[in-house]
Design a protein around this ligand. Sequence first.
Ligand code: DC
Length: 238
Amino acid sequence: MITIAFDGYSSCGKSTMARQLAATIGYTFVDTGAMYRAVTLLALRNGLFSADGKVNEPQLRSLLDKAVITQRSNPQSGQTETFLNGENVEGEIRTMEVSDRVSIVAALPFVRTEMVRQQQAMGQNGGIVMDGRDIGTTVFPNAEMKIFVTATPEVRAQRRYLELKGKGEDVTLEEVLRNLEERDYIDSHREVSPLRQAPDAVVLDNTNLTREEQSAMLLALYKLRSENIGVRSKGSKE
Ligand code: DC
């Protein structure tokens, strides 16, 4: 079993693609963005943001020490759900309130250290598809398969807007686009593990691709990478 890293910009369909691939090949799927969102929710619920948007770091650090963030697949919907201290927070972590603050929380070095530690522990035996921003560069720099997903900001905003509207959120397309561009900027410019394409990642621009086309490309790449590993490990035994 290999390790598969998905990185890329916000709302470019990474999670959907990664989840589908994991289900097809029988691997575990981990949405690391959801982990940073759960930490943000923890900070929001405890009133740790000041009026100017800064986080009370000592208090968040102490809450994070005791917090348990897990993900489980819901057998009915097939969707991955995120739990914070045993409570299902999947709906709450996707709201604009959380989206507006998550990049600030995700830029805190102590938050990243703890999330990366947990992510590496989840994937230590391979057989994992992990989706995020720093998976191919920091969490699993030796992943056998790395995908960097991108699409134009307008296409991404439109997709996210329809998703939020579908959930009944009162947002405009402009707000969604602004939030996406802000997050992309913060995620790419932070000091610790900024969003970067790993040099050995395959770029997948899905602006004009259907889901079926993307799935077929990913499956073909997975087969190629797994065969390479098979050949390599056979060779090393001889
Ligand atoms: O994938 P997403 O939009 O749910 O991610 C939420 C935020 O978390 C995003 O603004 C960037 C951050 N993130 C990160 O810094 N590192 C990761 N591995 C995953 C997400």
